[in-house]
Design a protein around this ligand. Sequence first.
Ligand SMILES: C[S@@+](CC[C@H](N)C(=O)[O-])C[C@H]1O[C@@H](n2cnc3c(N)ncnc32)[C@H](O)[C@@H]1O
Length: 210
Amino acid sequence: MLFRKSPEKFWNLIASKYAASPISDIAAYEKKIEKLKSYLSPEYHVLDIGCGTGTQCDDLANNVKHVTGIDISSKLLAVAEHRKAERKIENVEFIQTTVFDERFEPGSFDLITAFYVLHFYEDIDEVVRRIYSLLKPDGLFVSETACMGDKNILIGKLLRLAGKSGFLPLMSVLTTRQIEQALEQAGFSIVDKTKFSESNDEYTLLAKKL
Ligand SMILES: C[S@@+](CC[C@H](N)C(=O)[O-])C[C@H]1O[C@@H](n2cnc3c(N)ncnc32)[C@H](O)[C@@H]1O
């Protein structure tokens, strides 16, 4: 099956397995969510890009006014809807779409998060500029994503080749520095850079719209 033109088919195919796999480092995850909460306000509108099963959306919902979780996979979003209903959360909505959806108006979010999804965009500068435009002045953006360029370029290149051939969704081989540069060029100031887990190499970047 070829996923190049329809990556959502890949995510739908692995949705049950993905949804059943536990968070790899729960202590690090909880530390990250606690830190994020310290930046939140009860009036905040939050957008979570590539929300998957909606875990982060649900975990932030109590501390903000509204969370919009977006994802391309209908099957992962169905899991997200189910979990939201189980937890009786009312201020989270899930939409099957991407960040370029024109229904999202410039300057409409206080916080945008993107966990493990930016490397699925072909043009990091374009997506970061779009995120910048969707934020209110002083709005915050949190990114944590796979940076194969920092650790194993060979595996990154093989994954990219598999993406180009259509066997996997297309991935970019990013470095942390590349993301930082895209953020700075778009007009963000990076206010925090933390590695929460010892078991992976990814940094969580917190950037503020200047
Ligand atoms: C590795 S998962 C991360 C899910 C979740 N953010 C997390 O940290 O558990 C990547 C997610 O991004 C979604 N995705 C991939 N490309 C996307 C795009 N262009 N726009 C929105 N979501 C996308 C996939 O469907 C999948 O749910």
